[in-house]
Write a protein of this length. Structure first.
Lengths: 402, 136
């Protein structure tokens, strides 16, 4: 029994597609068996909602009269600096960007109440944003100063372009030192006081397609409340890591670069994040549909939290010092029980990624498909696979000698 | 009848040097546990207390405090969750020293049990979407 994307799209058009989220499909297949389920089900929807760094957006704000060239000058959106080194009125705003006068970690741990991620949230909420720029002036772009309110609806383009999202697995962060530490994985209490993890587990997109058989460049997705696309593999893409018998990576592996029209998006699914002692970022909602083309594709979507293991990493030493040491491996089922055992000690766990919101995203995507509003795409190019040899490398520093 | 309540006391600056808590113990036989205290020089004092004792004596103690010029408010209203902003990620769960946050094992939503809250404020900066708010 083999289906094509075209056949599935015909069923979506006719309002007859059978769609389950990645949690429901586990139970359904347990009852009906893999063969029958693969025949009956057309699409499985996944979801994830967590703080995702390497998120950002680009804008074309329109030309002023007289003209100004922002490129090479300085531009701020609500005091948060945007990158101008592209052209006259194109800007890129990164989720981690901070106002010049933010105290950062001068009094540790800093609070990081407002940054690039918050500007993105306010833009999609339809709020006016203060744009302030200084430029050097040219014969063709004579203006040197600009102060104006802007609104997303008036921008020529507002495009969310996140170059690394939707990590396939992630570290469980702990602290073995005798001091509290403030990390991007949250506040970590001393002497293994807590363990923080960050993945939607069995609902997460790349856990449901571990070998990138259906998700590839050009895959249409739910992004920030609108529709978007997989643009490329994400940065730090690392598919060649050790895997379980079922093919699930045992540590951070694949990632996605995603793109989409911000004008369709909502502040419900793009939320500015303040990470104490670390900085600002953006919480992003992503949902990816998986077309059930055959039994093999279905089988991967049946992954459960008990099948997925994550490495426990010491963020007081191994992580900052880039050491390969692991304190152990735990499954997401164990993590979700509320405590795990490390070095014989019971350690309470907390998630950084919202499972209820991930489930909501998978259900919204399911509804879009059932209502004939969202059609599936075949990737125009596959992502590099586990056998590609592609792997992430550290920076090899070479001293600069004069 | 026994009573056990968490309250917030605010002292005007003229009272900061008076032994208020001592009188609660000595005159009204109340058991206290200081949950949070701060004194701002030349401004005011703030004390978060858990008070235990006999209901009648407790009421008398409160009356004494009010007469002395201390402002009193109950604690549970002081830390609230902005439900619009909460994403139910769980970042607060292991931060809270009294276990006021717990994850519903079925829905995976984070439940805030404000009666367990001692208004220490640790969850405020630890919450990435800034959903926890303190109103002292």
């Amino acid at each position: 029994m083999v289906k094509t994307i075209e056949e599935i799209n015909e069923k979506i058009k006719a309002g007859k597609a059978v769609v389950f989220n990645a949690e429901e499909i586990i139970e359904f297949a347990r009852e009906k068996g893999v063969k029958k389920t693969a025949e009956q089900v057309d699409v499985v929807t996944t979801g994830t909602f967590g703080i995702m760094c390497s998120s950002g957006a680009y804008f074309n704000v329109g030309h002023t009269k007289p003209r100004i060239k922002l490129g090479g000058g300085r531009t701020y959106m609500n005091d948060v600096p945007a990158y101008t080194g592209l052209a006259a009125v194109d800007l890129f705003l990164g989720a981690n960007a901070l106002p010049d006068d933010d105290p950062r970690n001068r009094i540790h741990p800093g609070e990081f109440n407002y940054g690039g991620g918050h500007v993105i949230e306010e833009l999609v909420a339809g709020k006016d944003i203060r744009l302030e720029a200084t430029a050097f002036g040219t014969d063709c772009y004579p203006r040197r100063k600009l102060e104006t309110w802007i609104n997303i609806k008036d921008l020529n383009e507002a495009v969310l372009f996140n170059i690394r999202n939707a990590y396939q697995n992630y570290n469980v962060a702990v602290n073995t030192s005798d001091k509290t530490i403030y990390t991007y994985m949250g506040v970590l209490k001393p002497n293994l006081g807590n363990a923080n993890y960050s993945s939607a587990g069995q609902l997460s997109p790349l856990f449901n397609d571990p070998f990138y058989k259906t998700i590839g460049i050009g895959t249409r997705i739910f992004l920030g409340g609108g529709t978007g696309f997989v643009a490329w593999q994400g940065t730090q893409y690392n598919p060649s890591v050790p895997r379980t018998e079922k093919g699930i990576p045992k540590e951070g592996a694949g990632t996605l670069a995603v793109i989409g029209d911000m004008k369709q998006m909502s502040p419900r699914w793009l939320v500015g994040a303040s990470v104490q002692g670390y900085g600002c970022s953006l919480t992003v909602g992503i949902g990816v549909p998986i077309p059930i083309l055959d039994e093999e594709v279905l089988r991967y979507t049946l992954v459960t939290d008990a099948d997925i293991v994550a490495p426990v990493i010491d963020y007081s030493d191994a992580f900052p010092q880039l050491k390969p040491d692991k304190l152990g491996e735990v499954s997401y089922a164990e993590l979700k029980s509320g405590k795990i055992k490390i070095k014989g000690k019971d350690v309470p766990t907390a998630s950084r990624s919202s499972y209820p919101k991930a489930l909501e995203i998978a259900d919204i995507l399911k509804d879009w498909i059932k209502q004939g509003k969202f059609f599936l795409t075949s990737p125009v190019e596959k992502l590099p696979g586990a056998e590609s040899g592609v792997r992430v490398r550290p920076l090899k520093e070479r001293p600069i000698e004069e | 009848m026994a009573v056990d309540k968490k309250i917030v006391l605010r002292f005007p600056k003229r009272m900061v040097d008076r032994p208020i808590v001592y009188r609660l113990v000595k005159d009204y036989d109340l058991e206290f546990n200081i949950l949070k205290a701060s004194i701002t020089p030349e401004q005011e004092g703030l004390l978060v207390l858990e008070l235990k004792g006999n209901q009648q004596e407790y009421d008398k103690g409160i009356e004494f405090l009010l007469k002395a010029g201390v402002q009193i408010q109950s604690l549970s209203q002081d830390v609230t969750r902005n439900e619009e902003r909460c994403t139910h990620c769980g970042a607060c769960v292991t931060i809270c020293p009294t276990g006021a946050f717990k994850v519903d094992p079925k829905t995976r939503k984070v439940i805030f049990e404000d009666e367990k809250c001692i208004a220490c404020g640790l969850c405020i900066p630890a919450c990435p979407p800034r959903a926890m708010e303190v109103h002292f």
